[in-house]
Design a protein around this ligand. Structure first.
Ligand code: KG4
Ligand code: ZN
Length: 374
């Protein structure tokens, strides 16, 4: 730590400073955060262009791009933060779940920097990064109900503390982001699908097509989205054969119906989870936290916020740029773990392609881009 407690730009810094590295999928991201919840620097290099022609992430391309980009991204982020490596309290990296090639790049780099600087390395679970991001941007205490929706996962969890999660429900097939991505691919909207579907849905009529709402009305908190994708394909094919091609208004209407169906399913599952969580936590006023890339979707934010308010819960979601993968969430989760265990030393932990948040819960079916979906 620098003696005068300020960085090279003369900006005051708090007493703990953690760098976080994220390379678990198709974003190379680095950030430095401090214990006063300042994001000193935050860089995300998306590989969207490198994978677009394949309609999804190609693991080998992703790993190669992380290797090419990570070093200079780290250098740039440290410069922007106005600190030096010796100022860091710890170096954190996503150690799982994710694509093993990318994880290895981030973990090896973080361990090397940590060793050279004589700082601890903190192995961060990517899902915990999403789970804790909201605490970087506001003062929210445990316990909270967490709806985590990303490209590889869709889960409802009771978050009791750092490292202490209980899974209440999970998808049994596709993840929420995967459903958006597959719908976009079917409609020729490109990759990644979430933002494209959301944009198209804004122009569409959600009542022209009826899509199924899998699991609605069933007991429990599990999700299922694969039936939606099949229904989207069927409707798109029917439109194309009726009019000779799939027109923009067809696409927009299908996207609006799809998003509406997603909202109905998610609200239904969420309601069951709220009832269950209330029983477990034993208190009426509880926070609902929505996180992960799909939490960037304004329509679904509105749906989940409505459910929260109907249940007298407070609603919390990270700002849009911190919903999708980034380094700040990894740095923050690393900091949260370091604060609780200043002697932490995760050097012996190797990348884990599969790493559930609730290790006591049995895995559900399916294998997403980042390992099993629960
Ligand atoms: O959390 P994230 O960046 O990466 C994973 O951990 O998987 O989530 C990426 C997923 C992708 O499937 C992407 O299509 C989806 O989040 N996504 C969205 C939106 N922005 C990103 N889905 C719906 N609406 C959005 N605006
Ligand atoms: Zn993620």
């Amino acid at each position: 730590m620098m003696a005068d407690n300020s960085n090279n730009n003369g900006k005051k810094i708090a007493n703990l400073l953690v760098m976080g590295i994220e390379t678990s999928c198709d974003e190379t991201a680095v950030a430095i955060v401090d214990s006063e919840k300042n994001i000193l620097a935050h860089s995300v290099l998306s590989q969207i262009g490198d994978h677009a022609e394949y309609g999804g992430v190609v693991p080998e391309i992703a790993a190669r791009q992380h290797i090419s980009n990570l070093d200079h991204l780290i250098r740039r982020t440290i410069e922007q933060a106005g600190v030096s490596i010796s100022d860091l309290s710890a170096v954190a990296a996503t150690t799982g779940p994710g694509l093993v090639g990318g994880l290895m790049v981030g973990v090896m780099t973080a361990k090397a920097i940590a060793a050279a600087a004589g700082k601890p390395f903190v192995a961060v679970n990517h899902l915990e990064g999403h789970a804790l991001t909201v605490r970087l941007v506001e003062d929210i205490e445990f316990p909270y109900l967490l709806l985590l929706m990303s490209g590889g996962h869709c889960q409802l969890l009771a978050a009791y503390g750092v490292g202490d999660y209980q899974r209440l429900g999970s998808t049994i097939d596709d993840a929420a982001g995967e459903a958006f991505d597959k719908t976009a691919k079917l409609l020729g909207l490109g990759y990644p699908g979430g933002p494209a579907v959301e944009l198209a849905a804004r122009e569409g009529d959600p009542s022209r097509f009826q899509l199924p709402t899998p699991m609605k009305g069933r007991a429990g908190c599990d999700f299922s989205f694969s039936g939606l994708k099949t229904a989207v394909r069927r409707i798109a094919e029917a439109c194309a054969s009726e009019r000779g091609a799939l027109y923009p208004d067809d696409r927009n209407d299908i996207c609006a119906a799809f998003q509406k169906a997603m909202g109905i399913c998610i609200q239904d599952r969420l309601q069951n989870a709220i009832d269950l969580f209330r029983e477990k936590a034993g208190t009426a006023t509880l926070p609902l936290v929505v996180a992960g890339g799909v939490a960037a979707n304004q329509y679904l934010r509105d749906c989940t916020q409505t459910t929260a308010h109907n249940n007298r819960m407070t609603f919390h979601a990270p700002p849009l740029e911190l919903c999708t993968d980034n380094g700040a969430m990894i740095a923050w989760a690393g900091l949260e773990r370091f604060v609780r265990n200043p002697d932490i030393d995760d050097r012996s932990i190797a990348p884990r392609p599969r790493w559930p948040l609730d290790t006591s819960a049995a895995p559900k079916m399916g294998s997403g881009r980042k390992g099993p979906k629960a």
